[in-house]
Design a protein around this ligand. Structure first.
Ligand code: ISL
Length: 572
């Protein structure tokens, strides 16, 4: 069934992590005036929406995902006037602004929490408070239950003033809101209305599938997230999302994309399929964990066949997908699924694999989300020790692994690969001092490869990674089939995957008959070596060359191999 057209399905979304994008006042942290100064560059990429990671007032314990006031901008990022200017200046370039909605928890410095711990009505039950457990049997640590947090700690913090424990699924300075309290729901409604009335284009909803805790009973012991079964995708959670849609979101021309942790396909359908009237899209993690165990923390072998298998599940399983390869919690895709050797050099495995991953992402079915720096092929950080890392999750995981007697070399090897700081290093605008990001001391280390890998050296280079992203985004914009056509897996091996995008046909017309209408075949070689094409692959790869990432000018249908890290997009 072909998806209902919508503007947010047609455009590309560009995610900005304000702290690392562009600093305008030399304090070493990016800010809103810095983003405004780069709107023309963003518009030149052909994006239709900017997703802004949090800029609200915050103690910045978790870089803004700990909000102390939803109605004001944190001074490190600027003022509300700056925010209004960003929304209007972006609109002039036909770019909508999507805000990050972090409502599973607030900062413990939010006035709601300060009043709640003092039992000041009506805030007394705005959070999830528990007295000391009746019998210590409940939890050997004498905590209300045995739940473990996303940041590898216990989930309960005792508050002396209140004389009770409060729940925090993330850091102890991020207490969870109590959605069983209708006043909390009203507060959230007001936040949505405030920002939508400012003319924003929608919300990216942070961990939006864990906000309703059905019970606080002990969870089944598990290596990660003990207790998850009591708060993941609960009925109450779906009710809240349907109410927010009916009460607020449906009154505006906007869209929502929800980050949904630990979900399977059925969970995603309930959260985002059109007939559910909840979210418009969800971010799942499955497609980025092909070569990982335990979320993204422990590496294992990559397989192109496994990747195609997982992509196919979601591509064909959901009404509409949110297609992302990077964000501020993940690692750089060229270092993850590609090969970042020769970073910044022409026709290196870095350049080829960065372009291959662009061709793959932009030709999948769904709304593409491009993360800042991905469009120039930024790589994982080049840190050499833990003290260069700022991310609380990485430090907590290191502490836990140390307690479990993991040797230092192994802890560094695994955490270097998975740390969230890999995508948080400052944007590499130039080869110069501070990479054109800041004239001050940047809050996080700048990758030394910025001398060769930077926006400035790519912007006027027709064969750069940046130009390739622009080409792919343009191709998608001009193609109904790349936007709305169905996705079909055709062939996959350990290193090679081939799939097609074709206009939605009724079931009784075979593939060949459909040749009359526009269709594309995409083939990607995920290895640093030339691979021989099987007979079956050669039969499939019939068509005229639309895009090549290695400078081919035509596709010879008798082609018998793909070069190292080669991708071809053929029009059939
Ligand atoms: O990526 C993760 C799991 O693989 C976790 O790092 C992440 O904590 C989880 O996806 C939730 O992320 C969101 O909420 C967190 C915040 O730290 C993340 O930056 C945000 O994306 C708490 O608000």
């Amino acid at each position: 069934m072909s998806p209902q057209p919508a503007w947010w399905k047609e455009g590309v979304v560009y995610q900005i992590y304000p702290r690392s994008f562009q600093d305008s006042n030399g304090d070493g942290k990016g800010d809103i005036p810095g983003i405004i100064s780069r709107l023309d560059e963003i518009a030149a990429l052909g994006v239709r929406v900017i997703w802004l990671s949090p800029v609200y007032k915050s103690p910045q314990i978790d870089n803004g995902y700990d909000i102390s006031d939803y109605y004001s901008i944190d001074p490190i990022f600027g003022t509300m006037e700056d925010m209004d200017r960003l929304i209007s200046e972006a609109k002039k370039r036909n770019i909508g602004i999507v805000m990050d909605l972090v409502i599973n928890h607030t900062s413990d410095e939010h006035q709601w929490f300060q009043k709640s711990r003092r039992r000041e009505d009506p805030y007394t039950d705005y959070y999830i408070w528990q007295g000391l457990p009746a019998s210590s049997a409940q939890s050997k640590k004498n905590l209300p239950n045995n739940w473990t947090s996303f940041f590898m700690e216990d989930c309960w913090e005792y508050d002396d003033l209140r004389g009770e424990y409060y729940l925090h699924l993330f850091h102890k300075k991020q207490p969870d809101l109590n959605y069983k309290n209708p006043l909390v729901y009203d507060e959230v409604k007001n936040i949505l209305q405030f920002w939508l009335d400012k003319g924003i284009a929608g919300f990216r909803c942070d961990v939006i599938n864990v906000i309703w805790k059905t019970s606080l009973a002990d969870g089944k012991k598990s290596i990660m997230l003990t207790g998850l079964e009591h708060y993941k995708c609960q009925e109450g959670n779906h009710d809240i999302l349907q109410k927010l849609r009916k009460d607020v979101l449906s009154n505006y021309d906007c869209f929502t994309v929800g980050e949904a942790v630990m979900i399977n396909l059925d969970d995603a359908k309930l959260l985002s399929n059109a007939d559910r009237q909840e979210l418009d899209m969800v971010f799942y993690f499955d497609h980025l964990e092909v070569d990982r165990r335990f979320a993204r923390f422990i590496p294992k072998q990559f397989s192109a066949a496994q990747l195609l298998h997982r992509l196919t599940k979601w591509q064909q399983g959901l009404d509409w997908n949110a297609i992302y390869f990077e964000n501020h919690d993940q690692t750089r895709i060229v270092s993850h699924y590609g090969d970042d050797s020769g970073a910044g050099e022409r026709d290196s495995h870095w350049e080829r694999s960065a372009k291959l991953l662009a061709a793959l992402q932009i030709t999948l079915r769904g709304t593409p989300f491009v993360y800042q720096g991905q469009e120039i092929g930024m790589t994982n950080f080049d840190f050499s020790s833990f003290n260069q890392i700022k991310d609380i999750e990485t430090h907590n995981l290191n502490r836990l692994m140390k307690k479990l007697c993991f040797p230092a070399w192994l802890r560094w090897k695994w955490l270097k690969l998975s740390s969230r700081d890999n995508t948080r290093t400052p944007f590499q605008w130039t080869a110069g001092e501070g990479a054109g990001f800041s004239t001050g001391q940047s809050w996080l280390g700048i990758n030394a490869n910025h001398t060769k890998l930077n926006y400035e050296s790519q912007k006027n280079d027709a064969d750069s990674v940046l130009s390739f992203y622009k080409k792919m985004i343009n191709l998608r914009r001009s193609s109904e089939v790349l936007k709305y056509g169905e996705f079909k897996p055709l062939l996959a091996t350990k290193k090679l995957l081939i799939y097609s995008r074709e206009s939605v046909q009724t079931e009784n017309s075979s593939y060949k008959e459909a040749a009359s209408s526009e269709a594309y075949i995409i083939a990607c070689n995920f290895s640093g070596k030339r691979i021989k094409l099987s007979g079956e692959a050669r039969v499939l790869l019939q068509g005229t060359l639309a895009v090549s990432n290695i400078g081919r000018t035509q596709w010879n249908t008798s082609q018998t191999f793909l070069e190292a890290w080669e991708a071809v997009v053929l029009r059939v």
